[in-house]
Design a binder for this molecule. Structure first.
Ligand SMILES: [Cu+2]
Length: 287
């Protein structure tokens, strides 16, 4: 038995693998640095806090690592469509498909190592900075210098956030103002429904649950404004639950806080004392 000779009309069977791999390598070498330099840093949330910067760093790494894999899949699809399309008018069966152990092993090992690396990298990065997500009342991992952090309580309620400053007598304000270059410990809680405190440019997003003190850290940088949104559907006016927060120089913050204390003095006696969390009071609710 001898195998049938390849006739002149048949497409060449060899060379596809090598050609594809070379094209993929060239594309990866060109595209990966472009993604790392231009696309990665453009991914939100930007550079508004140490946590936001960390998130951009993590995102940049992750999109860069997956760029060769994405290219591999997309280029293979395009290559197959172009190179293996039927050129004849009549529909004929293609060659029988056989498995290739080497390709399967290489693919499994490469993708397995990459997924494990990203899982380890992501976990390490989360532990480093807290990554701006709420960790519950007793965070398992605290950033360096957390004992000196400034506390600010964020209280979600239908349909606005208010802020209490426990180190300034528990005064409550309708707008969030933070000092620059300061480690802030936000205590996110709610008076009624479940809300989510999202300070976009600071890279902070934490659930606000009634009766829960959800702690999240943010290390502010220079003065700037930032957007605050509620990120959890919390009722009729959820879409209007937004505000603009400010990071201001430390001196300006001190004078702002002193002014808030003055404004707050006449209403102080009507507020409940500062607590780490509050429970909804059905007697006090209008609807
Ligand atoms: Cu809300």
């Amino acid at each position: 038995m001898t195998s049938a000779p390849i006739t002149a009309g048949e497409p060449a069977r060899d060379g596809h693998g090598r050609r594809f791999i070379v094209a993929w390598l060239v594309a990866s070498v060109i595209a990966t640095p472009l993604v790392a330099i231009f696309l990665g840093p453009a991914i939100p949330p930007g550079n508004g806090s140490a946590q936001a910067t960390e998130q951009v760093f993590d995102n940049t790494w992750m999109v860069s690592v997956i760029t060769p894999f994405t290219l591999f899949i997309l280029m293979l699809l395009v290559y197959a469509i172009v190179a293996f399309r039927s050129r004849s008018a009549e529909i004929v069966d293609g060659d029988p498909i056989r498995g290739d152990n080497r390709i399967q092993i290489v693919w499994l090992v490469a993708t397995g190592i990459t997924v494990l690396f990203l899982a380890g990298f992501g976990t390490y990065e989360l532990l480093q900075s807290g990554a701006g997500g709420g960790q519950g009342p007793t965070p398992a991992f605290q950033p360096a210098g957390y004992t000196k952090a400034m506390d600010v309580q964020v209280i979600g309620q239908q349909w606005e956030f208010t802020y209490r400053y426990p180190q300034a007598g528990g005064i409550e304000t309708p707008h969030l103002v933070l000092p620059a270059d300061t480690l802030v410990r936000l205590h996110v809680t709610s008076l009624d429904a479940v809300h989510s405190f999202w300070a976009y440019q600071l890279g902070v997003k934490a659930d606000a649950n009634p009766g829960v003190d959800n702690v999240v850290y943010v290390q502010t940088k220079g003065p700037r404004s930032f957007d605050i949104h509620c990120a959890e559907l919390c009722g009729l006016w959820h879409g209007y639950m937004f505000d603009t927060g400010q990071v201001v120089p430390k001196q300006q913050f001190a004078s702002w806080l002193a002014r808030q204390k003055q404004l707050f003095a006449p209403v102080a006696k009507f507020l409940p004392p500062y607590a780490t969390s509050y429970l909804p009071d059905p007697q006090e609710r209008a609807g």
